[in-house]
Design a protein around this ligand. Sequence first.
Ligand SMILES: Cc1cc2nc3c(=O)[nH]c(=O)nc-3n(C[C@H](O)[C@H](O)[C@H](O)COP(=O)(O)OP(=O)(O)OC[C@H]3O[C@@H](n4cnc5c(N)ncnc54)[C@H](O)[C@@H]3O)c2cc1C
Length: 464
Amino acid sequence: MADGFDVIVIGAGPGGYVAAIRAAQLGLNVAVVEREHLGGICLNWGCIPTKALLRSAEVFHLMHRAKEFGLKAEGVGYDLPAVVARSRAVAKQLSGGIGHLMKKNRITVVMGTATLPKPGTVEVKTDKGTETLSAKHIILATGARARELPGLEADGDLVWSYKHALVAKRMPKKLLVIGSGAIGIEFASFFNTLGSDTTVVEVMERIMPVEDAEISAFAKKQFVKQGMKILEKAAVKKLDRKPGQGVTAHIEQGGKVTTQDFDTVISAVGIVGNVEGLGLEALGVKIDRTHVVTDEFCRTGVPGFYAIGDLAGAPWLAHKASHEGVMVSELIAGGHPHPIKPGSIAGCTYCHPQVASVGLTEAKAKEQGYEVKVGRFPFIGNGKAIALGESEGLVKTVFDAKTGELLGAHMVGAEVTELIQGYVVGRQLETTEEDLMNTVFPHPTLSEMMHESVLDAYGRAIHI
Ligand SMILES: Cc1cc2nc3c(=O)[nH]c(=O)nc-3n(C[C@H](O)[C@H](O)[C@H](O)COP(=O)(O)OP(=O)(O)OC[C@H]3O[C@@H](n4cnc5c(N)ncnc54)[C@H](O)[C@@H]3O)c2cc1C
């Protein structure tokens, strides 16, 4: 058995590797066990490679608009293998960077699959055999994978999971995307921009169902303008796969089932936590469907075991995983960290136009009994947006009418995934409308719309 560690982290995604670095910074002796790749889904198959693909689509889109900017771009096209190769290279560069960070922080990395035969012990199946490690504290950060619905399972040929879509070998001509959460909409946006005839099917009453209704309606209008077809309150009941030809999808909407042919389907119907095969049940770690149950400090209830990131449930976001990693390591090192406020975790979708939000939607705020004041500011009223040629978008803010607390902020339009952090800081600092109204925003920036939206909630907007 290898020497005892203070902490063993299982899984080197943005939850696990960040937890390991923070624990090492605090003077703990740390090991990380990873079965596949440093950086986890986020760096290798999630956040980063999708953004690299979407950047290619964005540049392609702008090249088509060259004339509008007084420029010439003739014979604009794409080379799919090169687009995919760039995305893979970006992922590889970042995953390699994590290896460097592990070394720099003197973290022991063991490449292999971990199981937990008893408390304090981790067995790792490596290429060379089985290694046994021990530690007082074990942080579970094994992440999640794509959910598979019966009949809609990915086969890598006609029906793709996000992994297949990230290394697409052909451009779909007629694409069906099942599910309009962030993953589904980002792929729909990518392939639609590059010319696939794209249909999105969403079972809920509207696309991007977690977003504010006004924002998702705005985004839908833009997607439809771009040629996307969107079916809401609709479900794909069955896929008839005809190898070498395509798929006939049976789609139910309003009690009626119709069929449509596609050459490619992307299934993006959610994710499930990697809870299996570790031996968690025998240790008494509680699992609710596909995630480990924890308290607000990511403790599982079994002494010495913590669960963070996607494994510990929604929201399935890299920054949530990393923040939990830091919190747990500080807790283990004897610190007194604050639990994360779920309402301060922003969600970003990097489709075209982008969507970003934090806190309560207007509907949720009302449901929770708040009397609200709502501000709105359209991109068309902002000088920088017009200069950029990005005049389609909206910034919406929701305040508690009684206290002036910023309850939520919701945006759709260019660069909103970068802008949202301004409101996140505001919420973290428990900002009120007055602080925001008294803040000076630089000109000309898109951020001025964040100011104007707040001013609008109180009848003081200047540019509308
Ligand atoms: C297509 C796509 C796009 C996304 N885009 C975004 C985005 O833009 N922004 C965002 O915030 N989030 C995004 N996400 C979600 C984000 O990737 C996850 O929230 C994040 O990766 C979760 O981090 P994690 O550390 O919990 O788990 P993971 O990143 O899943 O890492 C878990 C690691 O554990 C390893 N592992 C599992 N079991 C074992 C075992 N038994 N032994 C050893 N190792 C094991 C796995 O190999 C993996 O490397 C996206 C996800 C996908 C699929």
